[in-house]
Design a protein around this ligand. Sequence first.
Ligand code: ADP
Length: 536
Amino acid sequence: MWAGADQTRIADILADVLAQMLLPEFVYVRLFDRHEGPDTEAFRLVAGDGATLKHAIRGSADAWFRHETRLGSHSLTCSIDGRGLSVIALDLGTRGEFGFVFVGSGRPEFPTSAERLLVSVAASQALIAVQQHWLLQEQKDVATRLDGLVAQRSEELETASEALRRSESIMAHAESASLTGSFRWHPVTDTLEWSAQAHRLFGFEADRLITSDDFFDRVDPDDHGQLREAGAKASLDPIDLDLTFTVMPPGQEPRVLRLVAHPGTHVTEQGAYIGTMQDITERVRAESASRVAEARMRELRDELSHANRLATLGQFSAAISHDVRQPLSSVSANAMAGLNWLNASAPNLDSARRALERIVTGVKRAADILDRVKSFSRRNSPCISVDLNDLVSDTVALVDADARRRRILLSTDLAGDLPALQADRVQIQQVLMNLIVNALDAFDESSLDARKVNVPTWLDAEEIGVEVRDTGPGLSAMAIPRLFEAFNTTKAAGLGMGLSICRDIVADHHGRIWTDANEPSGAVFGFSFPTTERVE
Ligand code: ADP
């Protein structure tokens, strides 16, 4: 009877059942709304003015329902429409949360226990129906909410898919513009996912499933070793990959690719590598062309400066020979004359002596000319207070870029509290620069791994000094005796003047210059000045 009924129907059925079985003056059923909407009411009245009576019954029922001590089932007497009626009042639900039933009768024996039992049985059946109704409504609400959520999610999903499609298309454009393909690789399962551009770089058709065998088929066999080794390492530990290799797509020019990959960080990428492969063929070509051009430029520059030096030297020699020829020819003429005077049957010793004296004068003049030439080659600046450590730092800074280009580690070890040196700063720097450049040059012929030049300064009781220590091939025992002589060189573009000029400059400053072997290999060149007697 109750099944599937809504609240109005349940209230009606309950009111009808009670009215028919108990024949009371009135039955009043009130059911509450689930969501605090309007209540559902059912009245069954035997006689009287419907509206006034209903109003009176409703008032009594409200008074009862609001009473704090009410709960459960009650028999009470109410004055309704001027008559005292016996009433059964019954809550629906343990706290009346579903509504209540109000049944009144003028019969003196009302309510008998059987009548009370009847009301409570009918009410509890109605309560079950109401509860079922509420449950059904709840399920409908949940279903509606779910429908709403599903619709909302579908919409979000559609928006996300649209965004994904857009970013995929941007990505595809970016990939093709930058000649970069992207991929995902899982080293444990050895599965590969490639973008369309990655397929293109290898000359594969766009949707082909790529295996690692396919990959290696197209890679230059010379590069297999490094790729397999990196792959094996990457499958053991998460590492960053940065590899360059050549790929040979059939019917196309080989391409140089740079592969960069990192272990995935997202939970869905655990253990997988995400990376890119970029076509750097053009860049590699351009770099090697510029390297060749740079080397050629260097060669030309060296050749030019050598030619310059030779030309200068030629002019220089011409000037010297011009100036020296005159005293030399006078020396030679006087020597001949002297010999003649001595070889005569009666040797003329006075004339021979005068010839010898002229020879001495001629030789002195030649020596003066040479001294003038020498001082011209070393223009003197005034002696000033020089901080040797500053001088070393400045000079090292000048050649540091050159050292790095030659992959040589150039370092200093500066002693503390060095006294200032009174010297020609330009000339001392010329000495140091020459020694450092020689040390760097020493590595040109060498394939040694340790390529280091260290420049320490030092101070002891008598001297303040600096050394240039290299780990190059060192000096042969045969070379050492002539090392500081002019025109002694082993370099194709060398003049062999550097060390001889260094020696003169250091001597002018009352210092000393020396060389020694470095341990375990290489050469040491050093120079020092007395601390007591400063050069003025
Ligand atoms: P140049 O540098 O023009 O050859 P130098 O007088 O400066 O003239 O050097 C003479 C020679 O001494 C060099 O050609 C080289 O053979 C040798 N030499 C100089 N310094 C070193 C060094 N640190 N290691 C090995 N050889 C050196």
